[in-house]
Design a protein around this ligand. Sequence first.
Ligand code: ATP
Ligand code: MG
Length: 593
Amino acid sequence: MTPLKWFYGFLKRYRNLMILGIFLTTLIAALSIVNPYLSGIIVDDVVQAGNYDLLPKLIACLLGVTLLNSVLRFLYQLVFETASQGTLYDMRSTVYRKLLEEDFDFYNKKRTGDLMSRQTGDMDAIRHFVAYDIYAVYQNVLLFAFALLMIFTVNTKLALCMLVVLPFTALATFKQSREVKPAFQRNRNCFSSLNAFVQENISGNRVVKAFAKEDYEKEKFQIENDRFKDSQIRGSKVWMKYVPIFEILSYALTVILMLYGGYMVIQEEITLGDLVKVNGYLWMLNMPLRMAGWWVNDIQNFITSVEKIYSTYSEEPRVRTPRFSWNHGDSFGYPHDKIRGDVEFKGVSYQADGEDIVRDISFRVKAGQTVGIIGSTGSGKSTLMNLLCRFYDTTSGQVLVDGTDVRQMDLYNLRDNIGMAMQDVFLFSDTIEGNIAYGRPDCSFDQVKQAAIMADANHFISALPEKYDTIVGERGVGLSGGQKQRISLARALLKDPSILILDDTTSAVDMETESYIQKQLKTIKQDCTVFIIAYRISSIKDADLILVMDGGRIIESGTHEELAAAGGYYARTFRSQYGEIPYDMIREHKGLA
Ligand code: ATP
Ligand code: MG
């Protein structure tokens, strides 16, 4: 499918409105020939022939046509505006739905600002095309054709003479369109880049301030801003270069009419009324010639935008529900089937950009068991959980949930059964209640409160002036790191999941709070499989299975007692954290000291 065909798919839904709009536009173009025609009659029959009785009727006709014209203009603009807003509405929803379906890989590669530009600037270029350019181009082609036809009926030689300018206009339009397309593409890219820069800097503003890098960022912005300005100016110069050419060509018509038409009146080949008539049609010939350059710009702009949006839209997520298990499109919002929670990794390896991230991971846990994962930073702990949630697909090996390969499962169903408190806590700018209830918006307030109590969040939330109705800023601004973690934990717990993943969830809370949370976790349903990723031995020592990771591999596994006795990495970490050996020794062992 080509980008334009894809766009047509949206426009087609408003076919009836568009047909009505085109019909109204045709009517207006046809009406436009009436007034100059009547003016010619007034000059010939009323002024020159002295037939004054005709005047009131002709004036009434002129006024009637003008009035009708105005009403029709209002109507067709309404029609095109409705069609354009409708087309855009559908397009925005479709593109946004697709964005939601895209996988982690897609978002890793794309810049937020670029994606925002697709949904704003590019969409607006399309709206402008549907709301204005379609009818404007069509109407002006008609006006030009009608005007020419009327001039031919007045005098063939005069009409042919006026046609002389046409090949020049066509040539200028063609040349301009070839130059304008790359200029517009450059403009769009610079706009996207500027947008992405601003978006990143606003999000990362706290880091900028913390490092006192305002001047550095200002300079970087200056470069982006200059690039955008230069690109805009270069783009403008392309069409500005052609403006005088189009102007000259349109004035050439007036000159031809005055010289040749005037000569013909003197020679009595045409009447003075005919000259007035043709003069009245002149704007209809002029307008398309003058505007041709603008429309070429707009159309190129529109094509560039459709191509850009389509190229984002057409990227298919690699991680998706297999077709044979689709029972409801892409399964958003469908009631889920409860999974049991048995998890098995069978010889799992995962590579990104040709590099091994995790290798040969094999372990098995039954529903209801708790798994602790510990290991140095960057050892692949979060990656294991990403593979379990199928945020990425394994390069080799299988991740099985309840004995089924996750690649064969309904993606929505799998994830809906997993409660995850991510390492990088993200809160929406919403109330605390809204954030906790994110996974279960239909739950009662008591359930929200219960989840908050389990996550030890209730008492600090209750101390806030607006309690659960407190709006947290973007990404949870206004809350401490530990408070955000606890809200994120409550959000995961409220889902009542079959598999609960806590990725570094208690790293920012004090030991007392952590121990309280652990006690609460023990009270959650027996059949929930829990994965706890932590640096503190205290967080995981009661787990049924502890996996120790290093360099993407499991280097030790077993229970706390087994591992503590084995004398490996775990035992050293344990003794260091419990004050028996200095932490430096572990670093030495790992070659980090
Ligand atoms: P931490 O304890 O710091 O959270 P981790 O054990 O959770 O570390 P992972 O997040 O699993 O570590 O990352 C493991 C390695 O994989 C890191 O070296 C990281 O740079 C790399 N990595 C993670 N995700 C990707 C990705 N999408 N593309 C390329 N490399 C990745
Ligand atoms: Mg991690």
